[in-house]
Write a protein that binds this ligand. Structure first.
Ligand SMILES: *[C@@H]1O[C@H](CO)[C@@H](O)[C@H](O)[C@H]1NC(C)=O
Ligand SMILES: *[C@@H]1O[C@H](CO)[C@@H](O)[C@H](O)[C@H]1NC(C)=O
Ligand SMILES: *[C@@H]1O[C@H](CO)[C@@H](O)[C@H](O)[C@H]1NC(C)=O
Length: 318
């Protein structure tokens, strides 16, 4: 009797061991020592990583939450997993001092001082890491990951701040501004800003701060000033307004696409420069291939239902 139970248990064990948990999940990247650094270190994105072993009960319980977290963090925080049971990953798990399963870690890039010359900026492989010690539930995990996203969006507290933000001398030709219905920087806007980091400056102003802007003028930018003078009524009509200002040519480009999501906004922004990360980049194809475990990346992956409703830029949480 004891022997039957034992062999049955071994049999089950061999079944779970055969596959990583997330091999077929479209949002979770299964990492190995071969791609760990490339995925986690060579990016301006934050990554949540679960170190697990397929036989561990707590890991099995956590699986669904990790999958849901990956779905809601898609495009904002990378979500990955390392199967420490695989022989090739033993060293990787040891290097990351994994002593129990599951261990959830968050890796985040150093803050880049964009006003410093490129050579003096910290190198991207110096990601800081920390062990997540909170509750192993969806919302706390997602909130924690979002709190570790580097923010490069500057909030303008008054419309008069446009004087500095758009006027004067700047290294970058373009500045993107979200005239926002809420006094809060949406995670999605932070992510878009990461993609164009060092190429397009990013600002947010709460629509409640626009009262009185109809007389406002920025020296030497009459065309942009005229746009700003009319922004209040435009912002009153619509939810949020997203515009790219061309400081060098006193011009502006209003985003009028639908829907108001990362893919559509990225498509719009590609006319101002080609980023290293984000939609339609080589890096994204590389990540998609890892997620779907296929050699050739798919051109358009099916959209999840939750994404099509509402506009992510408007939501408190994604
Ligand atoms: C990260 O941000 C910096 C901005 O200084 C940029 O040079 C770099 O290309 C970005 N992305 C990656 C993947 O390195
Ligand atoms: C916009 O809405 C606010 C609040 O409802 C109102 O006070 C303001 O006059 C409106 N501005 C314009 C230009 O319609
Ligand atoms: C002002 O901006 C509009 C809108 O993009 C553009 O069509 C126009 O050419 C600009 N005018 C000048 C003088 O730059």
């Amino acid at each position: 009797m004891v022997w039957i139970q034992w062999s049955f248990w071994l049999f089950c064990l061999s079944l779970v061991r055969a596959e990583g948990f997330y091999k077929s999940d479209p949002n979770v990247i299964e990492l190995t020592s071969a791609n760990f650094d490339k995925v986690i270190q060579r990016t301006n994105y934050t990554t949540l990583v679960e170190f697990y072993a397929p036989w561990c009960g707590y890991c099995q319980q956590l699986k669904r939450s990790i999958q849901s977290a990956a779905k809601s963090l898609d495009g904002v925080v990378q979500v990955a997993a390392v199967n420490c049971d695989e022989a090739v990953n033993k060293n990787l798990c040891a290097q990351n001092r994994i002593t129990s399963y599951p261990t959830i870690m968050v890796y985040r890039p150093p803050k880049i001082a964009l006003d410093r010359p490129y050579e003096e900026r910290p190198k991207l492989h110096n990601h800081a890491n920390e062990v997540y010690k909170g509750e192993r539930k969806l919302k706390p995990m997602v909130d924690f990951a979002l709190s570790r996203v580097k923010n490069y969006v500057k909030k303008l507290l008054r419309f008069t701040k446009f004087e500095q933000a758009l006027g004067g001398t700047h290294k970058n030709q373009y500045a993107m501004v979200l005239f926002s219905k809420r006094d809060k920087i949406p995670p999605l806007f932070k992510a878009i800003t990461l993609d164009w980091l060092g190429m397009i400056d990013a600002f947010l102003i709460w629509n409640d701060k626009l009262a009185g802007i109809s007389d406002f003028e920025i020296a030497n930018l009459p065309n942009i000033s005229q746009f700003l003078q009319q922004i209040e009524s435009k912002a009153n009509e619509t939810n949020s307004v997203f515009v790219v200002f061309d400081r060098f040519n006193d011009d502006y480009h209003l985003f009028e696409g639908e829907p108001f999501n990362k893919k559509a906004i990225a498509e719009f922004l590609h006319q101002f420069g080609t980023p290293n990360e984000g939609p339609s980049t080589k890096r994204e194809s590389f990540l998609t291939a890892l997620k779907t475990n296929k050699k050739a990346p798919k051109k358009s992956k099916p959209k999840s239902k939750s994404k099509s409703k509402g506009s992510p830029m408007e939501q408190d949480e994604l």
